[in-house]
Design a protein around this ligand. Sequence first.
Ligand code: FAD
Ligand code: UDP
Length: 393
Amino acid sequence: MPRWDWLIVGAGFTGAVLAERIASQLDQSVLVIDRRGHIAGNAYDSPENGLLVHRYGPHIFHTNSERVWTYLSRFTTWRPYFHHVLGMVDGRHVPIPFNLNSILALFPPRMADRLCETLVDRFGFGQKVPILKLRAEADSELRFLADYVYANVFEGYTLKQWGMRPEDLAPSVTARVPVFVSRDDRYFQDRYQAMPRDGYTALFKRLLDHPRITVELNTEYKDAAPAVRHDRTVFTGPIDEFFDFAEGPLPYRSIRFERRREARTDGLPVGTVNYPNEFDFTRISDQRHLSGRPDAEPLLITEYPEPYTLGVNEPYYPIPSTATADLLNRYLTTAATLEGRVFFAGRLGDYAYYNMDQACARALALFEKRIAPLAAGGLAACQTERNLIAFSG
Ligand code: FAD
Ligand code: UDP
């Protein structure tokens, strides 16, 4: 029976990047397992009628990190893609993040001009203002606008998405989609925004294509671990599950994705339409736009948020809030006692609301700071030094 230097649990961004680094830079053997029947984690996509369909909701790559961009660009070429989102507010489609164009679309012209001017005077053109910060403003016009945006864009959406009100979540959650004092309608303003030209799954195939890496799918950690001889583990699944919920379960939010092929309609005008106020779903995405094929037949995926139940659905979102901070800290403290033998990372392993680029950056940093230095002998130390230099730009 083979012996592996590393067992990596999870073939998503975190697991695949770490496998690639360990195999290519340390020349150590890695067994990557995933309980799903495919690689790429939540970023998984598959071809269907000329589209690349994102099975787990719209995944748009965006980053300001030159380092992450340069690293991933070794495994894919890119197709430029700027995501646009419209929100259904007062019966109209308006740009989300809510911006100056949204104001001009929703209010009578003179009132809209005054609101835009007040926003620009107070914060400056091009600034991003989290809704909870805008609500704390003293100026009566800004308070009016803040209450309007809160009620029409954030309150209903957040209640559906999380089963919680915006102020009961960590402020960073709603700050992801701030009021934008700008006329730039793009959902993100990052320096790099693109889709992998052949899709995410193809990118992952290249990441994992190394003679020192073996991938086993449909393999659950608890079943495989006792039978797999290995020295060290990277665990990218839910951290509470690893410890058999010894401190109690951490909360997660799940989603049910419902697909519809819409031969008879025009589909959506942009990648995603949000419905903060109507219906029990949050948003619909049209895979044509995500695939760069606006001329193709629409394929709509609707997201219905729902509570997470172990064994029933997937823990897609950790729920960042002060209420869960203590519980998470207890797991992190226990995890630290395993340092050197078991490493936790990723959206579920760290219990952190990472985007793909953040998961990738976290994996690269973990490799450089903790994993590479473990590698025995002078050669490994030299390689680590080289990596640090190579990545320091
Ligand atoms: P994952 O991709 O979740 O991978 C973890 C893997 O571990 C999974 O495949 C799982 O099956 C496996 N696993 C877990 N436990 C076990 C176990 N016990 N045994 C075996 N295998 C196990 N990010 C963006 O940057 N842009 C976006 O537009 C975007 N949109 C998103 C939309 C939705 C609906 C969701 C849910 C997420 C979105 N994200 C987006 C976030 C993105 O999905 C994550 O940042 C990324 O997938 C994190 O990678 P990961 O490897 O940490 O986790
Ligand atoms: N949000 C909202 N209304 C919107 C868009 C976002 O209330 O129209 C809030 C909501 O709480 C959501 C959070 O902002 O969960 C983050 O939105 P994002 O689009 O980043 O969520 P993700 O793509 O990660 O599901």
